[in-house]
Design a protein around this ligand. Structure first.
Ligand SMILES: Nc1ncnc2c1ncn2[C@@H]1O[C@H](COP(=O)(O)OP(=O)(O)O)[C@@H](O)[C@H]1O
Ligand SMILES: [Mg+2]
Length: 245
């Protein structure tokens, strides 16, 4: 579904992705972990061409992201993305948030788009809030709307960038529940997260990145958590720090 081949990126002189190579199969849930500044956000944003890169190749469902002739808006419409800070349109109702891209980008008619969007709103358990504005919802509810909005586009893959990091602790669970449901249904997902419980529960693989934008580990979840002695010293140190409490 997704293939990265020797992807490198620089901001000026500073290298932020260093020869990153990995493959994500259909239905896999890949967790991307690593310290702050290691390039996790940059890596997943290269996949839907939100971040350009200077070297290497990325293929998404056979589409060459690195090819300047590729229709990037079309590619992006097929790749769902959920950010830390929801990024809903504050001046639009929940229903309008769910339908606007379906109409403007996919060309669906308003009635179909609404029915489709509300189906996903129901799925994330928020039908009662369809006419509210984002500011009237809690952070956890807003993030569930953001997930429903991405799903309304019928994406072939969902990218998550720390979707629970900005939430109050009691709202993390409701968002993770939605993500676990998606994973169990076979959605292909790439999730930047520090939620190691989620990683263990539904992750197929873990990619661990280190500062400088290098993929230090790319292994199954079982290997990652079950065989710490086989991990790089940097990975062990990170795991020790986040798991000790
Ligand atoms: N627009 C930018 N200009 C310059 N450097 C940037 C920019 N965006 C990110 N960086 C740098 O790229 C590196 C990787 O950032 P990022 O992908 O956000 O890391 P992470 O998500 O792992 O915290 C960091 O060193 C960050 O400072
Ligand atoms: Mg980040």
């Amino acid at each position: 579904m997704i293939e990265l081949k020797n992807v490198s990126k620089w901001y000026g002189e500073v290298q932020v992705l260093n020869n990153c190579t990995t493959t994500i199969q259909k239905g896999e849930v890949v967790v991307v972990a690593g310290p702050s500044g290691s390039g996790k956000s940059t890596l997943i944003k290269t996949i839907n061409a939100l971040e350009p890169f200077q070297k290497g190749e990325i293929w998404v469902d056979g589409v060459a992201v690195h090819d300047k002739n590729t229709n990037l808006p079309k590619l992006r419409s097929r790749v769902g993305m959920v950010f830390q800070h929801f990024e809903l349109f504050p001046h639009l109702s929940v229903t309008e948030n769910l339908t606007i891209a379906q109409v403007k980008v996919l060309g669906r008619n308003a009635t179909d788009a609404k029915a489709h969007g509300l189906k996903y709103l129901e799925r994330v358990g928020l039908m009662a809030h369809k006419d509210k504005f984002p500011g009237q919802l809690s952070g956890g509810q807003q993030q569930r709307v953001a997930i429903a909005r991405a799903l309304s586009m019928d994406p072939i893959v969902m990218l998550f960038d720390e979707p629970t990091s900005a939430l109050d602790p009691e709202m993390v669970g409701e968002v993770l529940d939605v993500m676990v449901g998606l994973a169990n249904e076979g959605m292909t997902m790439m999730c930047v997260t520090h939620e190691m419980g989620f990683a263990r529960k539904v992750g197929s693989r873990v990619i661990f990145m280190d500062v400088g934008g290098k993929i230090l580990e790319d292994c199954t979840t079982q290997e990652f958590f079950g065989n710490p002695d086989a991990r790089q010293p940097r990975t062990k140190d990170f795991l020790h720090k986040i798991l000790q409490h």
